[in-house]
Design a protein around this ligand. Structure first.
Ligand code: NAP
Length: 297
């Protein structure tokens, strides 16, 4: 299939390589051109604008940082909406707001283009190794038409519903639960470490109890305080907690824990942690407990 892929960061790079490995023809675009040029060796064609990338595409993927990056890239003068042929589908995999997903659905439909939300769970290594979990939202027939592409970048595809923005809500609520876990690790480890107890031994017990690779991986990262290089930058984690609070506010659903997480992430940002992994939210609890931070940025 002829695919345009826009956004070749930590996640987009791996997803692109998996689509190329599956035999698809890719035209790619990235704001910093060197990332697009680097993919030429893998068989992709680098282009100079999102519109140019989309010119002959049947499907356009986006994997961009946030709402404003997606809105600029889609609705800008040389954007996706201007270049994508009628009947082609835009698949948005970035973690964006429910509101922007609604706008994308409406504006693409007005141009005769399809739109699906397909955010993902999994870190850059999962993107590279086809281990992502994709959550797709949109019309069933449209999802089925491109399901093989979603499968080419993932280990599992789940359907959130016929409304694209429902997939974005699933992703935001999922990240809320992940960030809650990071905070609980931070608070528990701070108490244990300050008491002189072995937090690594505690982690082994929690792994037995929860039996989750997510707990195990993040627990180890936090126990070892290995926050660089960031798999998922803390500033993007703050974006997601803000977005879940926005979505909850729209339906008058209080999320007191999400409010706390936003403040903890803001505290981490104020301490210069925006480019560290978001699991470094745990350093806020450590600092509050008066513990020494190994890597105080
Ligand atoms: P990243 O490495 O920072 O890549 C961000 C991408 O967006 C880059 O291609 C960047 O271009 C582009 N971009 C940023 N601002 C832009 C703008 N104003 N205009 C045009 N392009 C812009 O981020 P990532 O970790 O790949 O994350 C991408 C998305 O996936 C985010 O929505 C994130 O929340 C989500 N996500 C991430 C993970 C993870 O573990 N990393 C997991 C699941 C979902 P440049 O190269 O020019 O900077």
């Amino acid at each position: 299939m002829r695919i345009a892929f826009i956004g070749l960061g930590k996640m987009g790079g791996g997803m692109t390589r998996n689509l190329l490995r599956a035999g698809h023809q890719l035209t790619v675009y990235n704001r910093s051109r060197e990332k697009a040029e680097a993919l030429k060796a893998d068989g992709a064609e680098a282009t100079r604008s999102p519109a140019e990338a989309c010119q002959n595409a049947q499907v356009a993927f986006t994997m961009l940082a946030d709402d404003s990056a997606v809105a600029d890239t889609v609705f800008g003068e040389h954007g996706i909406a201007a270049g994508l042929p009628q009947g082609a589908v835009h698949i948005s995999s970035s973690t964006i707001s429910a509101n922007l997903a609604r706008r994308l659905t409406a504006e693409h439909a007005a141009k005769g283009q399809g739109y699906l939300s397909a955010p993902v769970f999994g870190r850059p290594d999962a993107a590279e190794n086809k281990k992502l979990i994709v959550v797709a939202g949109g019309k069933t027939e449209e999802i089925e038409r491109v399901r093989f592409l979603l499968e080419a970048v993932s280990r599992a595809v789940f359907i959130a519903g016929r409304e694209p923005f429902h997939a974005n809500l699933f992703k935001l609520c999922g990240n809320f639960m992940l960030s809650s876990m990071l905070e609980t690790f931070g608070e528990a480890f701070a108490t244990l470490r300050k008491s002189g107890a072995d937090h690594h031994a505690f982690l082994e017990i929690m792994n037995e109890l929860f039996g989750s690779p997510v707990y195990k991986n993040y627990g180890t990262t936090i126990a070892d305080e290995e926050f660089e290089p960031a798999g998922f930058a803390l500033k993007l984690g703050l974006k997601d907690v803000r977005l879940v609070l926005e979505a909850a506010g729209e339906v008058d659903a209080p999320m007191p824990l999400a409010s706390l997480l936003r403040d903890q992430l803001l505290t981490a940002m104020s301490n210069g942690q925006e480019q560290l992994d978001w699991s470094s939210i745990s350093q806020v609890a450590s600092r509050n407990a008066g513990l020494t931070i190994d890597r105080n940025p």
